[in-house]
Design a binder for this molecule. Structure first.
Ligand SMILES: [Zn+2]
Length: 352
């Protein structure tokens, strides 16, 4: 009997030990699951307390925004100085946190009357996106929903959401060799640049700015080495000369037609002294070896083909294989390599 009790006690101890072991094991597993489920939250709480002041964390808690703040802080793009704007924009729009952070980081929440649309996110990713144009992109997009984000950016940066010769401004002369003259940016009637006369070896008449002339001479020499003969056909033109040309064309072809190939006085690049028509200002020049050489090589000397084929809607001019504009080698190479117009380059890099 005594022996039996000892055996039974021994069994009970075993069972007790097993139960203890099981409880221990279950506790470890439960603790593990608890840690696993809460580790992100703890990390976010830690991060929040690290990036925000104590007072800010307290005020977020008082406003019942802790959960929202914790979910925002986990983003890699989270910027602590924007926390109040994230929270407000998130509540105003009910967008995903990633979208909220991206839009606020790009100051979209600061725009007046801005209505969110998914297109804005793709616009922000575009290489030539400009914040100052955001409302114009959106308005343009509403009228052109078939266009890709890149086209919306290009077109608006080039002002073609406006009609030509509207929203005109006196151009910024401080830009030197990079001044922009087109159907939105004009020169005063009395603007005359520094000019040097072109030697008869390089053309029959006229003048260019010293920089443009020097570059042109080097280009002529470079072309000559390739067996190509270049000369100036029409360089600097005064306001008065452009005026008489434009009105002559207008009287002959009608002003709507004249506007496609001739600038209104004050809006001609030729008045800058930085533009030059080379060899011939006529469509027959398009298929010549000289035109081909220029298209392939002019950028090496600092000149750009100013009115390229297929970009008429951006430049406001028909393709002109003969009209080159001096902008300097670095800018010319960028424009050539990226196949953009001077309008696009100017909007993004110069007119900041
Ligand atoms: Zn020209």
């Amino acid at each position: 009997m005594f022996f039996c009790v000892i055996i039974k006690l021994g069994d009970s101890m075993k069972i007790f030990k097993r139960i203890l072991l099981f409880i221990l094991f279950a506790s470890i597993v439960a603790a593990g699951i608890y840690v696993y489920l809460n580790k992100d939250r703890w990390m976010n709480e830690k991060k929040l307390s690290e990036v925000l002041s104590e007072d800010k964390v307290k005020s977020i808690k008082e406003n019942d925004d802790t959960e929202l703040a914790l979910s925002l802080v986990s983003s890699d793009s989270f910027e602590s100085s924007n926390i109040d704007r994230y929270i407000k924009y998130s509540k105003d729009t009910n967008l995903d946190n990633d979208k909220v952070i991206k839009l606020v980081n790009n100051n979209i929440d600061k725009l007046d009357d801005f209505i969110y649309d998914d297109i804005i996110l793709s616009l922000l990713d575009e290489e030539y996106y400009l914040y100052k144009n955001t409302n114009r992109y959106m308005n343009y997009y509403k009228e052109h929903k078939d266009l890709k984000a890149s086209a919306i950016i290009t077109n608006v940066n080039s002002n073609i959401d406006y009609a030509f010769y509207t929203h005109t401004h006196k151009t910024d002369l401080s830009k030197g060799n990079l001044i922009l003259v087109n159907k939105f940016n004009y020169l005063d009637e009395d603007y005359v640049p520094d000019l040097v006369d072109i030697d008869s070896e390089y053309g029959d008449w006229g003048s260019l700015t010293p920089d443009a002339y020097e570059a042109f001479k080097v280009m002529v020499a470079g072309a000559k080495e390739d067996g190509i003969k270049l000369f100036s056909c029409s360089p600097y033109r005064s306001y008065e000369l452009q005026s008489s040309l434009y009105h002559r064309y207008g009287a002959r072809d009608g002003y709507d037609k004249a506007d496609t190939y001739s600038a209104r006085p004050g809006s001609s690049e030729h008045q800058t002294g930085l533009a030059i028509d080379i060899n011939a200002a006529d469509d027959w020049f398009n298929d010549t070896v000289e035109a081909k050489w220029l298209a392939d090589n002019a950028y090496k000397y600092g000149f750009i083909l100013r009115y390229p084929k297929g970009k008429e809607y951006l430049t406001g001019y028909q393709y002109e294989s003969w009209h080159y504009r001096y902008v300097g080698k670095e800018v010319a190479k960028y424009i050539f390599d990226h196949d953009i117009t001077f309008e696009e380059y100017y909007a993004f890099f110069i007119d900041k």
